[in-house]
Design a protein around this ligand. Structure first.
Ligand code: Z5A
Length: 212
């Protein structure tokens, strides 16, 4: 590796936990401190695969459950070459949802094991830091009604949360659970501190492979 690589920082969390808000603030803060950083989000609805997923989430189309799971994974894999290129150029990537959402949402459906759901994402670039924004459902409800997209249903979201808790037990990943009930600024300060540490640690390490 000729230059210090960037870090892969993932934000996960329940609906309305503030993932998008915090991803944007983190990228801006990292840039202001002289670091190279860019935001990505999954699903990336701009690709052909992403458009299929978007139509499904907006309930404009129906897709069989295994099929849509594999499409979410394919949407990540299609961006892996670009992600690796940027990381190797020293750009840190701040990613709004990743494979953990993929596994948590599909395994919350009847008949899906965690293992089956993880398999398609095995070998993706491994995050150097996974920030989980934890928010109690009553706090989330104060941030507005659920939207109209598929999965934006309270009972389903509770099962999703249980699946995230199982994933967070994996000691091979750098999970940091953050109390998302805090103010936007307090949350940002905490996230920035964790991210700066992860960037420093990642600099001299090769990019890892997820769940391998
Ligand atoms: N999905 C899947 O099934 N499989 C996969 O592999 C992947 C995803 C990757 C994509 O939704 C859906 O796809 C998602 C999972 C599934 N389904 N659900 N549910 P998306 O990514 O397009 O949208 P989202 O992730 O659902 O967004 P979100 O969770 O609703 O929001 P958020 O990003 O966590 O929060 P926000 O937009 O930053 O903030 C929400 C509101 O709260 C907003 O008004 C803010 O101003 C406010 N806010 C934010 N922070 C605070 C604080 N700290 N205090 C008070 N108010 C705040």
């Amino acid at each position: 590796m000729s230059c210090r690589r960037g870090a892969l920082i993932v934000l996960e969390g329940v609906d309305k936990a503030g993932k998008t808000t915090q991803c944007k603030k983190l990228v801006q803060a990292l840039k202001e401190s002289g670091r190279q950083a860019e935001m990505m989000r999954f699903p990336d609805r701009t690709t052909k695969i992403g458009q299929l997923i978007s139509a499904y989430l907006e309930k404009k189309s129906n897709l069989e459950d295994h099929t849509v799971h594999l499409l979410f994974s394919a949407n990540r894999w299609e961006l892996v070459p670009l992600m690796k290129q940027k990381l190797e150029q020293g750009i840190s990537l701040v990613v709004d949802r990743y494979a953990f959402s993929g596994v948590a949402f599909t395994s919350a459906k009847p008949g899906f094991s965690l293992d089956w759901c993880m398999n398609p994402d095995v070998g993706l670039p491994k995050p150097d830091l996974v920030l989980f924004l934890q928010l109690h459902p009553t706090e989330a409800a104060q941030r507005g009604e659920f939207g109209t997209e598929r999965y934006e249903v309270g009972d389903f979201q509770k099962i999703v949360m249980q699946k995230f808790e199982l994933l967070m037990k994996d000691p091979s990943l750098n999970w940091q659970v953050i109390d998302a009930a805090k103010s936007i600024e307090d949350l940002h300060a905490e996230i920035k501190t964790h991210s700066e540490t992860a960037i420093t640690v990642a600099e001299n390490q090769p990019i890892g492979e997820l769940w391998k």
